[in-house]
Design a protein around this ligand. Structure first.
Ligand SMILES: [Zn+2]
Length: 158
């Protein structure tokens, strides 16, 4: 028997059915529910909101829109904002508050009927200090501190 490799997470393939489009897909992320970003509830809601415009946005464009919306909000809250030069960066934005630097990951999400915020699984957000959850069609951002509390200016909801 092969010795167990320490510190390496064994990736198991899960076979799933997407609840939106019904297609079957494979993933190594146990928590992944939807086959594609376009099948997620937040994308579906945004698509319904813009249905009269009749355009299907590529998922990369949707992601960019979220980052720009978050950057806009962070600038208005008084931070210096820096954006990654590659989509393959572990974080999307960096903000500067005096000499303090925070890394920010931007994800699409929405406020549920009970007032809680849908948020991505921790597996995708472990690199950052702050998670910015964008409800794009409502132009709303919810911030979550992942390593300690949020800076004061991000605590109030706008
Ligand atoms: Zn799907």
């Amino acid at each position: 028997m092969a010795p167990a490799r320490q510190g390496v997470e064994m990736k198991r393939t899960h076979f799933k059915t997407c609840p939106t489009c019904g297609s079957e897909f494979q993933t190594t992320n146990m928590r992944k529910q939807y086959c594609n970003v376009r099948c997620t509830p937040s994308y579906q809601r945004a698509q319904a909101f813009y249905k009269d415009i009749k355009v299907k946005l590529p998922s990369g464009t949707v992601g960019t829109c979220g980052e720009l919306l978050a950057a806009h909000d962070l600038l208005l809250r008084g931070y210096f904002v820096f954006r990654s030069m590659t989509p393959n960066s572990p974080v999307d934005l960096i903000i500067l508050n005096g000499k303090k630097v925070y890394t920010v990951e931007v994800k699409s999400g929405y406020m549920k009927a009970d007032g809680t915020i849908s948020s991505p699984s921790a597996a995708h957000t472990h690199n950052c200090d702050i998670l910015a959850i964008c409800e794009q069609h409502k132009r709303r951002i919810f911030y979550k501190g992942l390593k300690g509390s949020l800076p004061e200016r991000l605590q109030s909801e706008k």
